[in-house]
Design a protein around this ligand. Structure first.
Ligand SMILES: [Mn+2]
Length: 349
């Protein structure tokens, strides 16, 4: 079925059909404009697990999201779809997660032995393979003319997508919304840890800039790195809040952020950038952060300024016992995906 036929046969006011793709939309990855790669992976999660179940839980919750988007006219017609979950990724994640837990336990006790070294090596190799696999999958979709997004998983998962984007774009900035700086040079011995994603991203030569927003949990080394690397611009949560307490509006703060950005952007959203009431089950929740609407407004301002969001990821959503985290994640995914497509000139037809 073509995108046009899918649109003609679909009623967006009906409740979502479970026979369809994510959000009940009638598009397959083949006829969608934007393709989402699910990455059910959480090997290096250090505090509380569950984010590997994020993509499936968001998919499930997506059926209750209303397709009307006040910012994007006829948003549902833009055409998005998610690829099926790779079962191997999930089972590998489960297997290695158990080993990582054992390792982290020993690591926290200050131990260092041959068994730990072998686990570390196995995990670093598996993470490298995951990144290579996602990179390959993303390039395959990009070669078909698709915009690609990634749904984690922990925050280590989008590195392959960033690397794929770097093959197509000579230069781009990463806009990161996150509670954590994620600038650690390996964390707990893991080279591709969720806490190292931006450290690793900065090794990609095409990444000209890293703009971090909402950061409120970081170590001294990360602060120093941010101050010393001219590519990094960090909007700490405490500075943003102080500006607001002193009378600056969110619009003004967003303008400051937008001004630091070039025209081509990769958007990386860690759900823990939001206030933890919106993501209580995420791996490493931190007090503070943003309202849902603040993040949507920021992305709107980026798009209104004429910036192009060439790809994006949403990660660290862990469903927990109720469906709340996934509900928030699904709504965020829908709106961000729509804005991303609009910024790429995708039309609702
Ligand atoms: Mn993060």
């Amino acid at each position: 079925m073509s995108k046009q036929t899918a649109i003609a046969n679909f009623n967006p006011n009906d409740i979502g059909s479970a026979d369809n793709n994510i959000f009940g939309l009638p598009f397959s990855p083949a006829d969608a404009s934007l393709v989402i790669i699910p990455a059910p992976w959480e090997v290096t999660v250090s505090y509380s697990a569950g984010t590997a179940a994020g993509p499936a839980a968001i998919y499930e919750a997506s059926y209750q999201v209303d397709l009307y988007d006040s910012f994007v006219k006829d948003a549902w017609k833009l055409g998005m779809a998610i690829l099926p979950e790779n079962k191997e990724i999930k089972s590998m994640s489960n297997k290695l997660r158990k080993k990582a837990e054992k390792y982290i336990d020993l690591y926290a006790q200050g131990k260092s032995n041959a068994q730990m070294k072998s686990i570390r090596k196995e995990i670093n190799t598996a993470c490298k393979e995951l990144n290579a696999g996602i990179k390959k999958q993303a390039i395959k979709q990009m070669n078909k003319g698709k915009i690609v997004a990634l749904l984690g998983g922990d925050h280590s998962t989008p590195l392959g997508l960033m690397q794929a984007i770097a093959e197509k774009y000579e230069s781009f900035a990463i806009l990161q919304i996150d509670a954590h700086a994620d600038l650690r040079d390996a964390y707990e011995g893991f080279e591709f840890s969720h806490a190292s994603i931006m450290f690793n991203a900065l090794k990609i030569p095409q990444v000209s800039k890293l703009v971090q927003v909402g950061i409120r949990d970081y170590c001294e080394d990360e602060r120093i790195l941010s101050e010393n690397d001219s590519r990094i611009h960090t909007f700490y949560d405490s500075d943003i809040k102080a500006q607001q307490y002193e009378g600056k509006t969110w619009k003004e703060v967003c303008q400051q952020i937008v001004t630091t950005l070039p025209d081509t952007i990769y958007l990386s959203i860690d759900i823990d950038g939001l206030d933890p009431k919106l993501c209580p089950n995420t791996g490493t929740p931190v007090p503070g952060g943003f309202e849902f609407e603040q993040v949507i407004y920021l992305v709107q301002q980026v798009v209104k300024a004429g910036k192009k969001i060439i790809a994006f990821d949403i990660n660290e959503v862990a469903p927990g016992k109720d469906e709340w985290d996934a509900n928030v994640g699904a709504r965020l995914l829908y709106k961000v995906a729509n804005m991303c497509m609009v910024s790429n000139g995708v039309k609702p037809e």
